[in-house]
Design a binder for this molecule. Structure first.
Ligand SMILES: Nc1ncnc2c1ncn2[C@@H]1O[C@H](COP(=O)(O)OP(=O)(O)OP(=O)(O)O)[C@@H](O)[C@H]1O
Length: 369
């Protein structure tokens, strides 16, 4: 069988570029001069105007399929389509992710509902009040609650031009820059992100947003261990991770699994500390009584056992829950006991981050083979 350029062009005529609906020849993505045939091997070069064109992969895949279908299933085309993009775009594509951020801290929990988002938003507020520049990424794609906790559920981030790039402008509340997948979906509809889509979208929220200069970038991780955790450690070099757990035994068992994942040899992210949440309940009318509803000191004991710093014990307080629902995290309240709890945790976290930066070498992004 002899392959001709015309056969290839006829096959490519059937592939549409989704951005314009035109075929690949009419769009100029490929010309006859870019097609080379040697026996059964066909190689081509496609030219795209933008390195970050979201259709590159699908166009290449559709072209391969068209050639195998219309020219012949034995044509050697797979992997033979090169991509050319303008140089300045290639450079920006390689730009570091979060280049102006000093410390990136992932806050995770083994079990859902232990108060990870509550603790993260209060920590962000306490750090901002202490004068740090703070960013907050809600990576809990399956139940993003940060927009509610900051009363900005209806916010819709806009794009802004920074140099030659168009970047997402994070929403700013209480001096904290934040992005959440919750800003990009209708709050009434369930969020059904396939794992890979969620990972890509989160990477984009880090890479293609104008986070600027920050002292602390906090990431509210989804509960448990998931593809999102792996994507995070492969995409950015985390300064460290913080685990939130209740004292309850089922939560502790799951927290151990989460800690083990970060400490695993291949991942090797330092666990900066443990926060025990819902440690006890004190009714307003009996301020000296402590009721250990979820067991006593489960988190504190786990921290001792694993030799992880205990960053704090936070009681179960009605106002913490109400504050979260009302979009004004407790840490923003001046001179309250709950505000003090979060302030203390934030101070300890800063101490641990500074100690970590002095004594341990920077975390490396995880290379997965
Ligand atoms: N210390 C606390 N005192 C009172 N209520 C709390 C406390 N911590 C969290 N809550 C409440 O518990 C509920 C769950 O908290 P939150 O959403 O922060 O948990 P989460 O671990 O992030 O959950 P998810 O697994 O859904 O991400 C919320 O209603 C929150 O207001």
């Amino acid at each position: 069988m002899m392959i001709t350029k015309q056969q290839i062009i006829d096959a490519l005529d059937k592939v549409r570029y989704p951005g314009t609906g035109k075929n690949l020849i009419d769009t100029g993505i490929v010309t006859a001069d870019d097609i080379h045939i040697e026996g059964m091997k066909v190689s081509m070069t496609y030219k795209f105007a933008k390195a970050n064109d979201p259709f590159i992969k699908s166009v290449v895949k559709a072209s391969e399929t068209a050639i195998l279908t219309y020219v012949g299933k034995d044509v050697d085309i797979k992997g033979n389509i090169d991509i050319e993009v303008p140089e300045q775009h290639q450079l920006s594509e390689k730009q570091a992710i979060l280049p102006g951020v000093k410390n990136i801290v992932a806050i995770f929990s083994g079990k859902g509902g232990v108060g990870k988002s509550t603790v993260t938003s209060n920590l962000a507020v306490a750090l901002a009040q202490a004068g740090y520049k703070v960013g907050l990424l809600d990576a809990d794609v399956f139940g993003p609650s940060i927009p509610k906790m900051f009363n900005c559920e209806d916010a819709r981030p806009i794009l802004e031009k920074v140099g030659d790039r168009e970047l997402i402008k994070p929403i700013e509340v209480r001096g904290i820059k934040m992005l959440s997948m919750g800003f990009f979906v209708d709050k009434a509809s369930p969020v059904l992100w396939r794992g890979s889509l969620a990972c890509n979208a989160l990477t984009q929220l880090m890479r293609d947003a104008n986070w600027g200069e920050l002292d602390y970038f906090l990431i509210d991780m989804p509960p448990g261990t998931s593809d999102i955790h792996l994507t995070m450690v492969q995409t950015i070099a985390l300064t460290g991770a913080v685990v939130v757990t209740t004292p309850q035994q089922v939560a502790i068992a799951d927290a151990i699994k989460g800690i083990a994942m970060f400490l695993e040899d291949k991942i090797d992210v330092p666990v900066l500390g443990l926060i025990e949440n819902m440690s006890w309940f004190t009714p307003a009318e009996l301020p000296n009584n402590r009721y250990y509803i979820f067991g006593k000191e489960g988190g504190k004991k786990l921290a001792e056992q694993l030799d992880i710093p205990l960053l704090g014990q936070i009681p179960l307080v009605q106002s913490i829950c109400e504050a979260g629902d009302n979009g004004a995290p407790s840490a923003s309240e001046e001179n309250t006991l709950t505000g003090e709890f979060f302030k203390e945790v934030a101070t300890k976290l800063v101490e641990k981050v500074e100690y970590r930066n002095k004594h341990l070498s920077p975390t490396k992004k995880v290379e997965m083979k």
